[in-house]
Write a protein that binds this ligand. Structure first.
Ligand code: NDP
Length: 297
């Protein structure tokens, strides 16, 4: 039986944010402005408001320009599209992020399709998804990019490893599988229709779980020494009445008896998502300005 290590995503993310910040002065000097990220928030969803606030704070801490657009939840499709068009045309804006989920009356696919792919720092536009799929230069969704960084930091070369990605969403599972394939892993994608998930997971050297089901993956499903990236964020009842706590898609305490390493929830993948958003904004700014990509990010 092995005793696994917890992968400190918080510390890695702090270092990444700091490294992003070190590139800002040279960009400013060359372009006469800092890279800029615009975040659009529709409505008052408290979780979304917290995300938007922390994205703005992290952007400013990295020395970049943050533009926030807060719209009422009854904003029309046309008015929202007009704001996206305005941000597309604004040269001070390198990255555009429309915080999801959007209210039901808004066609979110149309909104994402309206974002200039060069400014699509969430990597959700079909042009970026397509470029990732064919191995061309793309803006890659932040969460899977962060997962890949943690995996490479922990394991080094991933070539030849068996990787199982549980979940096939466009924002987590699919881009994660593409990234692992690019690293020459042998990739299996599992989802709600997968037969005998336990057996599929058991053969994996790398497991990435992005499902949204609290502690679904049990410790004894995991191959001894496997590396596990737990993307799930699930709120469950806490030990004290009325209190809640966050858990991932993997039963962490059980898993630690089997795995080589696992990301905790919270403090694993979550902090990497914002750090990668800053990274993508910096990269988008360099590409738009015709400057080479910052190295080592
Ligand atoms: P979605 O609901 O879009 O996708 C969930 C996926 O899990 C689907 O592909 C679904 O399969 C699959 N699934 C559901 N039930 C099972 C099951 N019993 N066995 C195997 N697969 C199953 O979620 P997201 O991808 O948006 O998010 C996944 C999780 O990651 C959530 O907990 C979310 O909160 C978290 N998250 C965390 C982020 C972070 O920054 N840390 C960022 C984004 C998400 P099917 O397609 O067949 O329905």
């Amino acid at each position: 039986m092995t005793t696994g290590k917890l992968i400190d995503g918080k510390a890695f993310a702090a270092q990444l944010r700091e490294r992003v910040g070190t590139y800002v002065p040279a960009f400013h000097q060359a372009q006469g402005r800092a890279p800029g990220l615009a975040v659009v928030l529709v409505g008052e969803d408290p979780a979304s408001a917290v995300y938007v606030r922390s994205k703005g704070k992290a952007t400013r801490e990295a020395g970049m320009e943050s533009f926030e657009h807060r719209l009422q939840d009854d904003v029309s499709q046309g008015d929202l599209m007009a704001i996206v068009a305005q941000l597309n045309a604004d040269d001070a804006v390198d990255g555009i992020l429309v915080q999801l989920p959007l209210p039901d009356h808004i066609d979110d696919k149309a909104v994402i399709a309206a974002i200039d792919p060069a400014k699509d720092v969430d990597g959700f536009h079909v042009v970026n998804a397509g470029r990732l799929a064919v191995g061309e230069e793309a803006l890659v969704p932040c969460t899977p990019l962060g997962c890949l960084m943690l995996l490479k930091d922990h394991l080094g070369d991933l070539a030849g490893l068996d990787a199982v990605v549980i979940g096939r969403s466009n924002i987590v599972g699919k881009p994660m599988a593409q990234l692992l394939l690019q690293e020459s892993c042998t990739v299996t994608m599992a989802h709600s229709r997968t037969r005998d998930l336990e057996a599929v997971v058991r053969r994996a050297d790398i497991v990435v779980a992005g499902v949204g089901r609290a502690e679904m993956v049990r410790g004894d499903w995991l191959k001894p020494g496997a590396t596990v990236i737990d993307v799930g964020i699930n709120r469950v009842a806490g030990a004290q009445e009325g209190k809640t706590r966050l858990v991932g898609d993997v039963a962490t305490a059980e898993a630690l008896a089997h795995v080589g390493a696992i990301t905790p929830v919270p403090g694993g993948v979550g902090p990497m998502t914002i750090a990668c958003l800053l990274r993508n904004t910096l990269v988008a700014a360099h590409r738009r300005a015709g400057m080479p990509d910052p190295e080592g990010l």
